[in-house]
Design a protein around this ligand. Sequence first.
Ligand code: AMP
Length: 370
Amino acid sequence: MNVGIVGGGQLARMLALAGYPLNLHFQILDPAADACAGQVAGLVQGDYDDEARLNQLADWADVVTFDFENVPAAAARLLEQRVTVYPPARALAVAQDRLFEKTLFWELGIPTPTFATVDSLEELQGAVLRVELPAVLKTRRLGYDGKGQRVLRVPEDVEPAWRELGGAPLLLEGFVPFEREVSVLAARGRDGETVFYPLVENHHRDGILRLSRAPCLKPGLEQEGWDYARRLLERLNYVGLLAIEFFVHEDRLIANEMAPRVHNSGHWTIEGAETSQFENHLRAILGLPLGPTAAVGQSVMLNCIGAMPEPAAVLAVAGAHYHAYGKAPRPGRKVGHLTLRAAASDALRTGLERLLPLIGFQPGEFGPIG
Ligand code: AMP
């Protein structure tokens, strides 16, 4: 079977690596000649709105999927007319716009921060009165890794934030003084079969995910998250892997955003779950039975930002796994990740203390893990 992927970054690369044992073949569409998935899959080089290239991918593929959600709506529609495409274009459209996303959460009874749309300075001033400070001003579209957002703490922050972000439609959200951040990963097959991964705890720095830990043993929260995920999967008639990021505040989940694709907070599943998120995404979109999602031991995933550490130093740590994405080093760029898997918390802590300095953190940087 041939799988086409729109976008050729590390997610496409890890999908291809998971798919070869299933006898799948891959082509990616990406504007960049050096897209890192192109090292392990065929590359169709072209812009995401290049009709000839989209048609080429559609003609070759049995099914097309995505490695990012900001695929132009017209491209997703064009593909859907010619080939089976999962997840559905509607899920992409919802995830592309924070207003659509939060409105859908609200319709499904999934709690969100208070929010208001903002299209002018006057609207922002009105929204600040309703939402109250502190609040976060975000672009509705094309925000990721904390880009396109400003925290407003005092009234004097309002005008500078408007000057910086005001060129685009915005959303103002209440700032959630969360105790932790978690994510839920779930996969739904073509026949509606649905599986859920153990709850993941996430730690960010400067808006970028740096560490994920699973399983995060909070049974009540996990059930709540699975229930919300099920509502979204069913409403969207979703096929594939879906990730939802939540804040935990006063022991309840508050939804931040969803990603209609495999997700950075699920990379630990390659070694840490019975079936990885990448394999289950492929199984789902191909109509194959889904695999079990139970955790195998305990895992911590660390993102490598800017540059990779020396492999020998990482691999000297028992239970550590090294994933380089084949990308050139560059400040701020996700170039790989490390996963540490251990049978018990003690071994996890000891290994983590050795790995953290290799990626520029102090031991203990993320507090007691658990
Ligand atoms: P986002 O791009 O929406 O995922 O935001 C990136 C990170 O900024 C989140 O993971 C949080 O750490 C922080 N953040 C975003 N929105 C809020 C909010 N409403 N309240 C508190 N922190 C937030």
